[in-house]
Design a protein around this ligand. Structure first.
Ligand code: ADP
Length: 348
């Protein structure tokens, strides 16, 4: 099943629209990056060191749920170094030869960025090991008895990998990254700051309390915050005088079916399915995905991380379980409460 773009102001939108917005609002320099303070500090140190030592940056792996800034960090670093970046993704590299142009075009100190690196086939992974370690690749020419291997020297590049599933990366691949940075969800204060900065970029007047409200309902995720802001701007332009006031922000979010804690239709559908169809679980992700008619990856990468963090669900060895908070949020009664209530009534 194809992966669907899912992050939006509440409205369905295509992947191109999302990409355009990401590109327009993406910070260019490290000092413009909001939050992730410890990550920024460590990157400043390695950037400083590699400039002084005149060495390329070590290979870096960023992991974390979608929209938290993995690509942003990868694209900010070459700007800090004054080098170029080539971008590709794991699913696009089906064969080792797909990597060749990137490796051979890499300039000294430049960056190759591989998004969704956990989806790279094993053969491509193995091909990249010597390139990462010794900056050389082994190419086999000819076939059968006439085959011979030639070793080709490469310029010293930096590989930046991004993954939503570091656990799916093989051990040898993970070990070849000298830096591993895990990105966390953002606080409301950080997302409010992002709202204010990006509203200025979009030349949209945004009231302080509206920024806080939009931030609070953005699931701790900058990409979602940008989508909510984008939608609120359209809403304010069409339905009001163009100013995003608190009332306008609330009306925009309500029309987008984003609820008070920031869950959208898809998130609530997940909880409804878990509770309504599977009696709150435990249930396996494949069964949930099949019932919702969505790929299991979409559930585990894009919907579940925030629901887990906010304790709407828990992941047990037997499958996903809805918590009391999930029942309460949907205005439903937990079945065991009903049973306890009945027993209690009977004993009275
Ligand atoms: P990922 O690669 O993790 O899916 P991105 O780096 O593409 O996420 O982030 C999506 C958008 O969110 C970016 O275009 C950018 O506008 C915004 N963003 C992400 N992280 C930050 C950050 N730390 N500071 C400011 N904006 C951010």
């Amino acid at each position: 099943m194809a992966r669907e773009p899912i992050v939006h102001g509440g409205q369905p939108e295509d992947a191109d629209e999302q990409r355009r917005r990401d590109a327009a609002l993406r910070p260019k320099r490290l000092r413009e990056v909001i939050g992730q303070k410890a990550v920024v500090q460590r990157l400043e140190i390695v950037l400083n060191a590699c400039k002084k030592l005149k060495e390329p940056l070590s290979h870096i792996l960023f992991d974390g749920p979608p929209g938290l800034g993995k690509t942003t960090f990868a694209t900010v670093l070459p700007n800090e170094l004054g080098t170029g970046i080539q971008m590709t993704s794991g699913p696009a590299l089906t064969n080792p030869k797909d990597l060749l142009p990137f490796l051979t075009n890499a300039e000294e100190g430049s960056i190759i960025f591989i998004d969704e690196i956990h989806r790279m086939p094993r053969a491509v992974e193995e091909f990249i090991y010597p390139a990462m370690e010794d900056f050389r690749i082994d190419i086999i020419l000819g076939e059968g008895i006439n085959a011979r291997t030639i070793s080709m020297k490469l310029k010293r590049f930096t590989l930046i990998g991004a993954t939503t599933r570091s656990g799916m990366l093989s051990g040898p691949m993970r070990d070849r990254f000298k830096m591993h940075e895990h990105l966390e969800f953002y606080s409301e204060a950080e997302l409010s700051q992002l709202m204010n900065i990006n509203a200025r970029k979009l030349q949209t007047p945004l009231a302080e309390d509206a920024a806080v409200e939009l931030a609070r309902r953005s699931r701790g995720t900058p990409r979602i915050a940008n989508a909510r802001l984008w939608w609120a701007r359209n809403f304010a332009t069409s339905e009001a005088d163009g100013n995003i006031t608190l009332d306008v922000a609330r009306a925009a979010l309500s029309m987008a079916e984003v609820d008070v804690v920031g869950l959208d239709k898809q998130d609530r559908r997940y909880l409804e399915t878990l509770i309504g169809v599977f009696s709150g679980g435990p249930t396996g992700i494949e069964a949930l995905a099949a019932t919702m008619n969505l790929p299991a990856d979409t559930l585990s990468d894009e919907i579940e991380p925030f629901l887990l963090r906010e304790q709407f669900i828990i992941r047990s060895p037997r499958g996903r379980l809805a918590t009391a908070r999930a029942y309460e949020h949907l205005g439903r009664k937990k079945p065991c409460d009903d049973v306890r209530g009945t027993l209690f009534d009977m004993s009275e």
